[in-house]
Design a protein around this ligand. Structure first.
Ligand code: PLP
Length: 407
């Protein structure tokens, strides 16, 4: 039976070139990168190169990259670390109702510890209204955290425009805060994630969504020395009071002080090397692959809709990741449909794969204002590098069969 994987938003296969780059660091060059001997220095040099590669790809300086064990951990570090570092008695966070659970659950946990969290709604199309963010900013706002591209519906938030408004607010109020964080895990494969263009202070990344290994993430942490000047150097911004801390966040994992003290634990050399290689390949392929995949995705949607006119797309088709479709199948339960498709060789998802609450309907679709019937009757199809037109034709015929047989 033909099998077609359409769940690249959940995870991607490791690129063979990435696997090749990682291999020596499991055996030959295995030493602890913080050991002073030559063995250790070889590992340390490889980590340095990967850090530089990743930093360059996102317009950052290499000391601003903090490797973590996952993007979940990076989101925790950004949010908890910002709250720990602030000297504000009643700190507040602003975030969206459609964030990844690693952001939402962290916020909920902090709420239980007395932090006030504003969960801003999004439109039916899946976008935040910047005016809503401006409305809730105040002197207690420590962090604004907005997902760059949503993992379920692929909608892209106006990160640079939000950063501009936050910057204006800070200047007007002569305030260091709020910091601006974005979860760019889903965006990294398809969108420019240059931190200067986006204007973010903190950015979360993950290797396994870009054809790298699972279990390695990174947090970009803007250096405390302020914004860059036109030459790309760091420049003191005199109009904003500078913090005298060594970092804008504090660690949540303490120990031997690796990663500039922000994330203790022995460096995962092969995975860090793999992450660097995966991102370099992604950047090289990005433009061409984006075009190819968008054509396939649009072909998929147009032809499926022609065959099944009652289906509907969740979230806007504009400002959406080029590989994402999230489709409502009226009269169907997504779990049942998913199993039926799986038995016919098509892999899809009812929403976030990492959710432990798989039997619940998508909170993202509910946050768009859809009733339970629609949120529980929708499936996500996400395309990737290995997806071909033949795969899509096969998927269309299988979905048609599964949907029609259910009637
Ligand atoms: N943020 C987003 C938007 C995601 O899609 C995911 C994974 O699905 C994560 C965070 C968590 O990433 P990781 O699996 O590296 O913890």
């Amino acid at each position: 039976m033909k099998r077609v994987y359409l769940d690249y938003a959940a995870s991607t296969p490791v690129d063979p070139a990435v696997e090749g780059a990682m291999k020596p660091y499991f055996g030959e060059i295995f030493a602890n990168a913080h050991s002073l001997h030559r063995f250790g220095q070889e590992a340390s040099a490889a980590i340095f190169e990967a850090r530089k590669k990743i930093a360059k790809s996102i317009g950052a300086n290499y000391p601003e990259i903090v490797f973590t064990g996952s993007a979940t951990e990076a989101n925790n570090l950004a949010i908890r670390g910002a709250i720990k570092a602030c000297n504000i008695a009643k700190p507040e966070i602003v975030t969206l109702t459609i964030e990844h659970e690693s952001v939402l659950e962290t916020c909920r946990d902090l709420e239980r510890q007395g932090v006030k969290v504003h969960y801003l709604p999004v439109s039916k199309e899946g976008f935040v209204d910047i005016e809503q963010i401006k409305k809730v900013l105040n002197k207690n706002t420590v962090l604004v955290s907005v997902i760059y591209a949503n993992n379920e519906i692929g909608t892209i938030q106006p990160i640079a425009a939000i950063a501009k408004e936050i910057g204006n607010w800070k200047l007007r109020n002569q305030n260091n805060y709020p910091l601006f964080h974005t979860d760019a895990v889903q965006a990294l494969q398809y969108l420019d994630c240059d931190v200067e263009k986006l204007g973010v202070d903190l950015m979360t990344l993950s290797a396994h969504k870009i054809y790298g290994p699972k279990g390695i993430g990174a947090l970009y942490v803007r250096s405390v020395r302020g914004a860059r000047n036109d030459r790309g150097d760091r420049n003191e911004n005199k109009s904003i009071k500078q913090s005298d801390r060594s970092s804008i966040i504090e660690p949540i994992i303490t120990g031997s002080g690796q990663e500039g003290g922000l994330r203790s634990g022995t460096d995962n050399t092969p995975y860090i090397v793999g992450f660097g290689e995966a991102l370099a390949i992604t950047i090289k392929m990005r433009e061409k692959e984006n075009k190819r995949i968008k054509i396939l995705r649009d072909y998929f949607w147009k032809n499926l809709k022609k065959l099944l006119p009652k289906i509907e797309l969740n979230g806007s088709l504009e400002n959406r990741l080029p590989n994402n479709l999230n489709i409502y199948f009226p009269g169907h339960r997504n779990q049942e449909l998913l199993i039926k498709l799986d038995l016919l060789g098509i892999a899809s998802s009812p929403g976030a794969a990492c959710s432990t609450r798989v039997s619940k309907v998508s909170f993202v679709l509910e946050a768009l204002g859809f009733p339970e019937e629609r949120a529980g009757g929708s499936l996500r199809f996400s395309l990737g590098r290995q997806t071909t037109k033949k795969d899509i034709d096969y998927a269309i015929s299988v979905i048609k069969k599964a949907v029609k047989n259910n009637k």
